[in-house]
Design a protein around this ligand. Structure first.
Ligand code: HEC
Length: 259
């Protein structure tokens, strides 16, 4: 049975490494417990719906999410709005379509198949409106930045008065979590900025957490399916290891050992 315990300890080491890889981080970001982290992690539906609300009401006037369509809001594994709700959300936006038979573009209410409407016509227009800085598209931002969700969550709460000796130009703000501490996005959140329909108190912390959860989902819409698959694969590997161990025992049992 000694060998068997060796195998078990190998499995143990494997687990330790996979957890360590997640926690390897240099900057001390603000901590919060994410429901989607870990082997069994799942998105909190209510948080995703609230996060969508924060995105639409606050962030969407500057940041696009060009890879999302309104139908994604009703898909399994996401905020799981009902189809009716998603349709109503889509219809509340004006989408440019066309050209019509006169060769002109026209606007119509959004449909489920439409992509999220963009706040600006193009990158130049976005920069012109934001003091030269481009508000990055947020579809996959949670995956594109080192620190991921912890970075975004912290950044939204990281605004401070600049320390003495640090001078900021107009339209530049001090944020302890931004690279170089200078950011061209003003503080966007203040307590009670949105009104959640589920009665959750809209503190800055809560809104940061909700919108970041929403951004995590948009960056990794299949996270839940992936976690399930990962769990199955691990169970499968453990069973396989045990079987291989016993068949090895059997094959070698005919050979006399000297010990
Ligand atoms: C008034 C326009 C505006 C609004 C509203 C806005 N942002 Fe921004 N945001 C910007 C600009 C401009 C930048 C680029 C700043 C820079 O590069 O210095 C930015 C940068 C960011 C970054 C940093 C990205 C990076 O490069 O690391 C994050 C994260 C972010 N915004 C999240 C949000 C979230 C979440 C919301 C909604 C709660 C929001 N923003 C609302 C304009 C805006």
């Amino acid at each position: 049975m000694k060998k068997f315990s060796k195998i078990l300890s190998f499995i143990g080491i494997f687990f330790c490494f996979s957890f360590q890889a997640i926690s390897a981080e240099k900057i001390e970001y603000l901590k919060t417990d994410w429901s989607f982290k870990g082997l069994f992690g799942k998105f909190d539906r209510a948080a995703l719906q609230r996060g969508y609300q924060v995105y639409t009401e606050v962030c969407s006037s500057c940041h696009s999410m060009k890879y999302l369509s309104y139908r994604n809001l009703a898909e399994k594994g996401g905020p799981e709005f009902t189809e009716e709700q998603a349709k109503a959300i889509a219809a509340s936006f004006e989408v440019v379509d066309g050209p019509n038979s006169d060769g002109e573009m026209f606007t119509r209410p959004g449909k489920l198949s439409d992509k999220f409407v963009m706040p600006y016509e193009n990158v130049k227009a976005a920069q012109a409106a934001n003091g030269g800085a481009y508000p990055p598209d947020m579809s996959v931002l949670a995956k594109a930045r080192g620190g991921g969700v912890d970075y975004i969550y912290s950044l939204l709460q990281g605004y401070e008065d600049p320390p003495v000796g640090v001078n900021l130009d107009d339209g530049v703000y001090y944020n302890k979590f931004m690279y170089g501490n200078k950011i061209k996005m003003a503080n966007q959140l203040s307590d009670g900025l949105v009104e959640y329909s589920d009665g959750t108190v809209a503190s800055v912390e809560q809104m940061s957490k909700d919108v970041t959860t929403f951004l995590m989902w948009s960056a990794e819409p299949h996270l839940e399916a992936r976690h399930q698959m990962g769990f199955k694969a691990i169970v499968y590997l453990i069973i396989l290891t045990v079987l291989v161990y016993f068949s090895m025992k059997r094959i070698w049992s005919r050979i006399e050992t000297e010990v």
